[in-house]
Each structure stands twice: as C-alpha cells, then as structure tokens.
Design a binder for this molecule. Structure first.
Ligand code: ZN
Length: 349
C-alpha cells in the first residue's frame, strides 16, 4: 500500500546543509508515474545546494527535496500512461521539458529553453518516492544494476560530451579528472579512440582515473608538461579532440595549445565566471567548439545503456556507498575532493 509520508533530504531553510524530513508521498497526475527510489547519486549540483552558494540561493526555492540522480522501481502509474508496468526497474531523465519551443518541436528535447530540473526547480529524488513524467522514465535492463542506474545522469553527461565528435582512431585529450571526466575517458576508449590522456592537478583524482580506466594516460599538469606527453606518445601534431571537463581557464588554454589544426573541443566544464579566451589562437587553428548541456533525450540514454551492455565498465568510479541515514558522511566525502561518485542507498528505510 502507498504510505502517506516518506523520508526525504530537503533544503528546508536558506542556509548551509540539508535536513532529513518526513514529507508527503507525491500524488501523481495522469501522465506520471511514482517511483520507489532505491539508490541515488550525489552530484556537484547537490553540493552547491548544500553549500547554499550564490547560484543555489538565486535558483532553488525553499523548501526543496534535492537530488536528481536515481534508480528505483515503478510502484504507481497514471491513468493515461502506456508502455510501463508496476515493478519496472528504471532510472530517468531529471530535466522536465516543455513541448512548445522550436527545439522541442524539432525533437531536440534537451534544448528546450523552459527545462525544469528535479531536485533544483521541482521536488527531487533524494526521497523514498519520486514523481516523474512517464516520458522521462528510462527502463533499466536486468544487466544494469540499480547502483549504475543511479549514476546514468552523470554518465550521460560524459557520453553526450564524448560522442559529440567521432572518436574512432582519434587521439583524445580530457581536461579535468572528476567523475564525469573519468567516465568520459572510459567512453572514449570504448568508442575506439587511440590515445586517451586525462589531465588534472589533483593526484587523488588522477589515481582514481587510472583505477577506473587502466588504459588511460594520466597527466598531473602541475608537474608534467603536456608537450612532453605529446612527444612521448609520438603524436606529431597534437590531439584531434578535446573534452573540457574542468571549467578551468588554464586547462582550456592548454587544450587549445595541444590540439591539431582543425581540432575539435566539446565543453562541459563550467568556468566560475567570465574568463579571457585567446580567440585569435582558436581562429588561426580553425578549431570547432561545441557547448554541451545535459543529455540528448533519449539518444544519449540509448547509447550509454547499449555500451554498458557491451562492456563499458564505469563501476569503479563509485568510491563511496552510504545508507541514507549517513547522508552527511556522503556529502563530506564529496566535498573532500578525494571521492569518485558517492551513492546513497534508500532501500533500508
Ligand atoms: Zn548530476
């Protein structure tokens, strides 16, 4: 039977922290489903919300149940929903889109300007139950466990970025060895890149990158020169494709320098503010730059599940697991800068 209340992690007041509360179980509409959440991933976005920085304070209404990376099981189905069943294991796209905009009408749902995010603008997934439009549900095949289902959102960022350009036989430079950069390295490998190099200045993250993707070449750019790495790899002119995951101006400059003429860059990292860019260098090198937002609905989801079923292994990027009662430890692990993905388990509650 459907309970009336549920445990949830909520931004209850406009200050640092999250609070475990009892909240009403959401009522679903005719086009929605109710999902019993089993696992959730903590995202950098959730850390911004925990810290209540300027972005969070100006974006997130309070109170708000946070969280958008989840896996679970469908327990209730709206009367107009077809094609989904009670008991179906699933993850889902946390961006709730409109259908009126030019891009939505063109089928490019992830580019809808009216997008609202669960856990940011709408009640989120850090709860025992989540209400979601049936449109956003992504069923999980039996061979994709809930724990991986709970990190498909950031894996989707990695896949969307990495598959922005053809990587087959290419030499790929990734700047920023956070969990998404590391997963992008795994995807680049899976997609047939020849050399995959990942840079950072945090040795813990580079160690994790090597642990998750043993065939990646890690470079601590505070100690090693990227030019020497290019020479050691025998790359005559540099990398073909760059995936910028750090938001660091220095990293972007290094990337532009390290690319071949006509190289391509996909940008996922978000700089903290306006930053100076040497555009003339980019023009003279004839570089293509693509900004990447979210995941393509639902092509990115299709591709990443297919790759997971065909040998893509990102499981070691999950470094910490906590029961939801210990959520504060999970957030501390994230804030330490020494973790990969942190997954909270909701199944005990
Ligand atoms: Zn996320």
């Amino acid at each position: 039977m459907r309970p009336n209340t549920m445990t949830a992690l909520e931004k209850s007041k406009p200050e640092e922290g999250l609070w475990m509360v009892q909240a009403p179980v959401p009522e679903i509409g005719p086009d929605e489903v109710l999902i019993r959440v089993t696992k959730t991933g903590i995202c950098g976005t959730d850390i911004h919300i925990w810290n209540w920085d300027d972005w969070a304070a100006s974006t997130v209404p309070v109170p708000m149940i946070t969280g958008h990376e989840f896996a679970g099981e469908i327990v209730e189905i709206g009367k107009d929903v077809t094609g989904l069943e009670i008991g179906q294991r699933c993850s889902g796209e946390g961006h709730l889109i409109g259908t009126e905009s030019r891009q939505s009408r063109a089928g490019k749902f992830h580019l809808d300007p009216g997008t609202r995010g669960i856990g940011v603008n709408e009640q989120g997934a850090f709860a025992q139950y989540l209400k979601l439009p049936a449109f956003n549900v992504v069923p999980l095949p039996d061979d994709v466990p809930d724990e991986i289902g709970a990190i498909l959102d950031p894996l989707g960022n990695a896949v969307h970025t990495a598959l922005s350009f053809d990587l087959l036989g290419e030499d790929v430079l990734i700047t920023g060895a956070g969990p998404i950069g590391i997963m992008a390295a795994a995807v680049a490998r899976h997609a047939g890149a020849r050399n995959v190099v990942i840079t950072d200045i945090n040795p813990d993250r580079l160690n994790l990158a090597e642990h998750v993707v043993p065939t990646v070449r890690v470079v601590d750019v505070s100690r090693e020169d990227l030019g020497d790495v290019i020479a050691a790899l025998g790359l005559k002119e540099g990398f073909d494709v760059g995936l910028e995951m750090s938001g660091s101006q220095v990293a972007l400059d290094q990337m532009v320098e390290a690319l071949v003429m006509g190289g391509k860059i996909a940008l996922l990292g978000i700089p903290p503010g306006k930053s100076p860019v040497d555009w003339s260098r980019i023009v003279f090198k004839a570089i293509t730059i693509k900004g990447v937002y979210g995941r393509e609905m639902f092509e990115t989801w299709y591709k990443m599940i297919a790759m997971l079923q065909n040998g893509l292994d990102v499981s070691r990027v999950i470094t910490h697991r906590f029961g939801v009662d210990d959520f504060a430890q999970g957030f501390s692990a994230m804030k330490s800068g020494q973790s990969g993905k942190v997954v909270l388990d909701w199944s005990g509650g």
